[in-house]
Design a binder for this molecule. Structure first.
Ligand code: AMP
Length: 281
C-alpha cells in the first residue's frame, strides 16, 4: 500500500493508474477507522481497479475547537487496517498541505444545509463540501463512497458534485451497526460505560418512528421519539426530524409514496451522536 502525504505525488500515482485504464475508487474519511469505514473501502475494492482512502481531520468542518481537538486519531492502526483489507493507496496530508492558503468559497446549497446538522453546526457542510471538492480534484475518482449514516452529508456531496461538474459517481452505502443497533462511529469510543449502554436507545427510537409512520401524525411521532430519548438519564435529544429523502424538506404522511427519513441527533454527555432511518422503505 502506498502512503502519500503530498498532493503532487498522489496525483502522479492517480494519473499513472488512469493511463493504464484503471478505474479509480475513493473513500474520504477522518480516520479512527471502524467497520463502517472498512465496509466502504471493501465495496470500493469490489467495484474499482484501484482504491484510494484519505485520512484527514478537516478543521474547517468543525465549528467547535474543542470537538476538533477531541476528535480521535489513530493513524498507525488505521494504516494497518487499510493495508490488511487491500486498499491500494492512502492520502494523509497535514492541514498546510490541504490548505496552503485559506479557501474562502461559500457554496449555496439552498435549503439542504439550513436544516438539521446545518442548523446546529453552522458552516459545517460548507467545510465538508470544500474538502471533498479538493480531494476529488486530487484523486479524480470514477466512484466515491459515502455512508448513509451521514445522510444529509451524502445529499450535500451530491449537490456539490452537480454544482462543480465532477465526473464522479457518488455511491451511498448502508449504515453499519453494532449488534445492539448503535451506528458505528469514531465518537462511540468516547462514551462512558453508562452512555454506551443507553446509546442503542437512539436506534430503538428510530425504529419506533418507523412503526408509527405513516399511520400517526408526524408531530405525534416526534413527541414519542423525544419522550423515549429523554427518558434515558444519559441521553438528551438535540433534534428529531422527519424529512423527504430527496430534498430534506419536512415530510408528513401525505409524502408516504416517496422515501421519507427520520433523522436524529442526540447528546450523550459531551459526545454528539447522529443517526437516521428510512421510515417507509
Ligand atoms: P468520517 O470519518 O466519520 O468522516 O466518515 C467517513 C465516511 O464513513 C463517511 O462517508 C461516513 O458516512 C462513513 N461512515 C461513518 N460511519 C459509518 C457507519 N456506521 N456505516 C457506514 N458508513 C459510515
Amino acid at each position: 500500500m502506498d502512503v502519500f502525504r503530498h498532493k503532487k505525488s498522489l496525483s502522479q500515482w492517480v494519473r499513472q493508474g488512469k493511463a493504464r485504464g484503471m478505474r479509480m475508487g475513493f473513500v474520504p474519511t477522518m480516520g479512527a477507522l471502524h467497520a463502517g469505514h472498512l465496509e466502504l473501502v471493501g465495496r470500493a475494492l469490489k467495484e474499482n481497479d484501484l482504491v484510494v482512502c484519505s485520512i484527514f481531520v478537516n478543521p474547517i468542518q468543525f465549528n467547535k475547537a474543542e470537538d476538533l481537538e477531541k476528535y480521535p486519531r489513530s493513524l498507525e492502526a488505521d494504516l494497518r487496517q487499510l493495508e490488511d483489507i487491500g486498499c491500494d493507496a492512502v492520502f494523509c496530508p497535514d492541514t498546510r498541505e490541504m490548505y496552503p492558503e485559506k479557501d474562502a468559497r461559500v457554496f449555496d446549497f439552498g435549503h439542504l444545509d439550513k436544516v438539521m446538522e446545518g442548523r446546529y453546526r453552522e458552516g459545517h457542510f460548507n467545510g465538508v463540501a470544500i474538502v471533498v471538492d479538493r480531494l476529488f480534484r486530487i484523486t479524480e475518482p470514477d466512484k466515491a463512497y459515502f455512508g448513509e449514516k451521514d445522510f444529509q452529508q451524502l445529499q450535500i456531496i451530491r449537490a456539490m458534485v452537480r454544482m462543480e461538474g465532477h465526473p464522479v459517481a457518488v455511491v451511498g452505502c448502508p449504515t453499519v451497526r453494532e449488534p445492539d443497533g448503535l451506528a458505528l462511529s469514531s465518537r462511540n469510543a468516547r462514551l462512558t460505560k453508562a452512555q454506551r449502554e443507553e446509546a442503542p436507545g437512539i436506534y430503538q427510537a428510530l425504529q419506533k418512528a418507523r412503526e408509527m409512520f405513516p399511520a400517526n401524525d408526524t408531530n405525534e411521532i416526534i413527541r414519542a421519539v423525544t419522550e423515549q430519548i429523554n427518558a434515558s438519564p444519559e441521553l438528551e435529544l438535540e433534534y428529531f426530524e422527519i424529512v423527504k429523502a430527496r430534498d430534506l424538506l419536512p415530510a408528513t404522511a401525505a409524502h408516504a409514496s416517496e422515501k421519507v427519513m427520520g433523522c436524529i441527533a442526540v447528546h450523550a454527555g459531551d459526545v454528539r451522536l447522529i443517526d437516521n432511518l428510512s421510515l417507509n422503505s
